[in-house]
Ligand binder design. Sequence first.
Ligand SMILES: C[S@@+](CC[C@H](N)C(=O)[O-])C[C@H]1O[C@@H](n2cnc3c(N)ncnc32)[C@H](O)[C@@H]1O
Length: 505
Amino acid sequence: MDKNIYEVLHNQTYGRYVTAKRCIKQGELIWNEKPLIVGSQIGGGIICFKCCVFISKTQCLICDKCRTAFICDLHCSGEFHNTKECEELSKLALDSDFLKYNNNLITPLRLLLLRNYSQNIWQEIMKLEAHVESRRGTPIWDTNKILVEDVLKDTGLLLDEDITNETIQKICGLLDVNTFEIRPPQNRCQEISKSESQCLRGLYLKTALMSHACVSNTHLTVDDNFLLRVHASTDIKEGHPIVFNYANVLDGTQVRKKHLKYGKHFECNCKRCLDPSELNTNISSLKCHKCKTGIILPEVFNSTNNNWCCKSCGKVFKNCLIETVLRQVDNLIEDTDQTNLFKLEELYGKLLKTLHPHHYLILALQQKLVGLYTQSIQNKKNLSRKNELCQNLIKVYEILEPGISRNQGVIQYELHSTIANLAYKEYSLGEITLETLLQQLFLAEATLKAALKHLIYEPKKSPEGRIVQEALGYLKDLRQSISDIKEQITSRTLCTKTKKKRNHK
Ligand SMILES: C[S@@+](CC[C@H](N)C(=O)[O-])C[C@H]1O[C@@H](n2cnc3c(N)ncnc32)[C@H](O)[C@@H]1O
């Protein structure tokens, strides 16, 4: 890894941010980093202080030295509960059940303890953006006051005079602004707990400095040892910011803006946010009910209360009307059984009368439908429909998540099997020739190779890493089938030629 690849700069808009010191090629590893701290989210469960897997309250053991830290196993070899933390925790002389019933305290407390044994790191932590002023008096401030601040103070847990209520709120703020959602290790959690769906949060001091853009130029992965790797997802020019998307890539601008404003306390003004068509994807666009042909887009996206306008007939719609329509659509989606393919298709058809085919609510339905079609009977109709849905999703991802993209990889993987299965089906029904089957298998192979290009960076034990292992097996099978069919075609051609020669004689 080249240390001269990036540098940290500062400006008025972003605060500190990271830029490329030289041109960075797609796929290049920019840095990797171990977390300073891993913890559960507010309201999440309790975790082993050593290896950070979730453990159930009834099964957890206690570290025999500090008598406070939870551990999953007496022989757990996790590295996160170091001797210094253990010493600091034992000084607090807590009741061994205390953190079990005040588990929201665990992550901020572990961070605060660092102050006592690692001044340098503590100073780095204190430099992180916490947005204390923007958070003051908001619901999250009040929640943290009750769940963290008051408990810490009332129980006399923090003896230092200079740890003020403000410092505790700052710790809570910087955890919210700077931590990354990470999945619990996939290799251990199944045996220990059923809380697999719960996410952890990790504080990575270097990665936290990356600024946000709604179209990212990096690809982040976290392996089972919580090592975070930052790869360039596209080529990055010298001097350009190295960014990632703090929001959900398939959310429309208004939804992303809300998430960034309330969660990260800033207004994004990237190219995608400033373009009402969102780079021509129309991911926020609606269909015009007046002219029936045009699409409705926001006039501008830099205020929350702007009007929307039909690009074809010019009719203007108030933002509150659009919000009402979207709320109704949300309710319809909520009221529909998400596991029922027929009902979901019915809803899809209904929503297409109002929303653009690339609208984010339509795309979310398409993702669900792809999942349902994967589990459904593999007949021609279902396979063709799944093919169409995958193609549509890929088109949008190619624009909004260009270069290396986990989402694209997964959909391409789904698409390859659909192409191959559909071709086999059509061939068996006598609808296509052996030559066309071969062409379709070539297409499936190219799609699978494209999926692998996206997914090759995924940690081996992650769900996507497992897809890679499966995909490599399928690639081998597919190549074998292609070679068999080629042979069949060649021998058939030879046979026909021989027959012709014989007839000629
Ligand atoms: C994870 S921190 C990034 C590091 C931070 N700039 C610092 O100096 O510690 C996230 C914060 O950076 C700022 N930020 C990141 N991306 C931004 C963007 N695109 N526009 C404005 N502010 C941004 C916001 O203050 C945000 O809450």
